[in-house]
Write a protein that binds this ligand. Structure first.
Ligand SMILES: [Zn+2]
Ligand SMILES: [Zn+2]
Length: 352
């Protein structure tokens, strides 16, 4: 199947139109027409080959792993989806399906390494996978999620990466009514963490460096705000939180946040920080506090998130852009100039 998308040809040049072939349907494949695709920071970094420690970018690179679409064709052995269904695809499109992690629905931690939606290698042909900045995609049945009725397709995309990245640790650490959750940073991930934690019944505190963001945090549903540049506010917040979701995407000192954790509290890092400044083990030892990390969730949990958001009417704030504006969107995202996530409207992408 011939399709059109936008690709990075190398690390320096802007994304540009790219015509390519999607594989012919295998027996268990679903073909989608992509309607919307969220724009993730990973898309920008992968396009620029910023993550060499995880392996080089395979050019041409068609990014995009927050995909919302409609089924246009199915292979003869597809059982979960039919033509016309509203569906979603996230950050992975295949895994071994045999190992202990796959069997317990944590395909993102597959022992044989899951196949990434883009910049991955197809398990059968070793061809480079291409993501959602395109008109069509072909994905095996099991890795296609159901888009529940009532969830606005133009805003649901970011749930597939940003959303599940913060929802998964909230579920891992049993956040619910009575939980005291802190969220560090209110960008694409952080604003969803506030809404999801509140939706789960938690009391939510936003921790921000800027007093100017307090009103913004409250408007998102935060009950409290701690301005981290105020020693007084940080002291007053000591030992007051059970779970902190730290969404800051660059290396930073986590010690001030550990001080906000109550006994047995947990600080969850969800960004790719690399080495972080040294922290003292003392508050960890004395209060059985934990510092941990968390990736996206597996397929069952991602479906759970979509269903939960439909039920609770939780969605990200999105700015919809045409495919042709992706390079401006990257530049604006890079300087934090988006509230809070870009979504590409694929209707803008025509064969012409
Ligand atoms: Zn992402
Ligand atoms: Zn596996």
């Amino acid at each position: 199947m011939k399709t059109i998308g936008y690709a990075a040809r190398d690390a320096q040049t802007p994304l540009a139109p790219y015509t390519f072939e999607r594989r012919a349907l295998r027996d268990n494949d679903v073909a989608l027409e992509i309607l919307y695709c969220g724009v993730c920071h990973s898309d920008l970094h992968q396009s620029r080959d910023d993550w060499k420690e995880w392996g080089p970018t395979l050019y041409p690179c068609v990014p995009g792993h927050e995909i919302i679409g409609q089924v246009v064709a199915v292979g003869p052995k597809v059982t979960r989806h039919k033509v016309g269904d509203a569906v979603a695809v996230g950050t992975i499109v295949d895994s071994c399906q045999q190992c202990d992690q796959c069997r317990r629905g944590e395909q993102q931690m597959c022992r044989e390494v899951p196949t990434l939606t883009y910049n991955g290698r197809d398990r059968l042909t070793c061809e480079t996978t291409h993501g959602g900045y395109s008109k069509h995609i072909v994905v095996r049945d099991e890795f296609v999620l159901r888009l529940p009725e009532g969830l606005d397709p133009s805003r649901a995309g970011p749930l597939l990466c940003a959303g599940i990245t913060v929802y998964s640790p909230l579920r891992t650490w049993n956040v619910g009514p009575g939980s005291r959750v802190g969220v560090v940073g209110i960008g694409g991930l952080g604003h969803l963490a506030v809404r999801l934690a509140a939706g789960l019944g938690a009391t939510v505190t936003v921790i921000t460096r800027s007093a100017a963001k307090a009103a913004e945090a409250r408007a998102l549903g935060a009950d409290h705000v701690i301005v981290s540049t105020s020693d007084e506010a940080m002291k007053a917040g000591a030992s007051s939180l059970d779970v902190i979701i730290d969404t800051v995407p660059v290396a930073h000192d986590v010690s001030p946040y550990v001080a906000l954790l109550d006994v047995e509290g947990v600080l969850v890092i969800v960004g790719n920080l690399g080495p972080v400044p040294a922290f003292s083990s003392l508050p960890l030892v004395l209060g059985r506090r934990r510092i941990t990390g968390s990736p996206v969730g597996g397929l069952p949990q991602t479906q759970e998130l979509l269903d939960f958001c439909a039920r609770k009417n939780i969605l990200p704030d999105c700015e919809i852009v045409p495919m042709q504006q992706i390079n401006e969107a990257f530049a604006r995202m890079d300087r934090g100039d988006v509230h809070y996530r870009f979504v590409i409207d694929m209707a803008s992408l025509t064969a012409a």
